[in-house]
Design a protein around this ligand. Sequence first.
Ligand SMILES: Nc1ncnc2c1ncn2[C@@H]1O[C@H](COP(=O)(O)OP(=O)(O)OP(=O)(O)O)[C@@H](O)[C@H]1O
Ligand code: SF4
Ligand SMILES: [Mg+2]
Length: 330
Amino acid sequence: MKVMAAPPETAILQVDDLSVCFETSRGSVQAVSGVSFAMAKGEVYALVGESGCGKSTTALAVMRLVPPPGRIRRGHIRLGDEDLLALSDEAMADVRGRRLAMIFQNPLVSLNPVYRAGSQIEEAISLDSVPRPVAWRRAIEVLGRVRIGDPAERALRYPHELSGGMRQRVMTGMMISRTPDLLIADEPTTALDVTIQARILDLLMDLCSHSGMALLIITHDLGIVAEIADRVGVMYAGSLVEQAPVYELYEDPLHPYTRMLMRALPRLGKGQGRLETIPGSVPDLIALPAGCAFHPRCPERLAICASQTPVSRVVGGGRTVACHRGEVDR
Ligand SMILES: Nc1ncnc2c1ncn2[C@@H]1O[C@H](COP(=O)(O)OP(=O)(O)OP(=O)(O)O)[C@@H](O)[C@H]1O
Ligand code: SF4
Ligand SMILES: [Mg+2]
């Protein structure tokens, strides 16, 4: 898929024709294939799709943290005017601390168990040559911003002395303490209870609207998507098959996979009883089916679908879709 979504005028992130593979003993796993999207300053962009469709790998590629045996095979990633794939490792590490940050699903993995919560945030802040006492005061302010009660006291606690929700907020605090241009959150709230989940999402949205931070969020929860996203990208088998402003995607999903996904994932105000599963499963990314990768599961497939890969095309209003049926019907 080589067609770009019309880039927002103030694009902070521009991903163009990104392909990532994992070279395994079984063969080359095509985790991400020709993904292109752009994000504006302050925008919340949600990536959705079934498990194994390449969402996390796309996010890790933007961070340049795809683990071995993975490698970025092709494409361009720009953060503002910085060409991320052309930077030295050192320059990239600097961008990662300053302009780009990522919240992982399990904060225990990312928080250092031997440092107090406040010290970890202080450390991040002092990277900007802020004197320690000032950085400590700011760390406590940050803990207050992520809505941790009694922040001065909690700053002294070690990660294992905090609840899961608090750890997630400390982690969020660490990531936002230097106000990145782009924050990536991969299933940031999956392990949390609903109240804490809502607080963290509120906080992230606040940051986007007040500091202009852009947020790339990966979630399985279409309720969350409806609540916070401006635009949504739907991934299937490593490709971005549709992207649209959130309201339009929900009102008029164009891709058959999006339609099925909407019926299968939890939606705001819809009971679990209404969920349907999508028959079949995501194909083996080592041996993708010819033509449209979704054709073996697609109830709307045409003769052409088994042999020709649909090209992503712009269908107006910042939407893109990759489906032969759309070419015929619309
Ligand atoms: N380290 C790895 N080695 C080999 N294959 C990998 C590795 N990491 C991911 N993959 C493969 O890449 C593909 C995309 O995985 P990815 O984790 O990006 O999917 P995802 O959409 O984030 O899924 P989930 O919703 O389950 O988190 C999958 O087929 C996965 O098995
Ligand atoms: S290209 Fe064909 S198989 Fe693929 S989603 Fe569209 S109609 Fe279905
Ligand atoms: Mg993932």
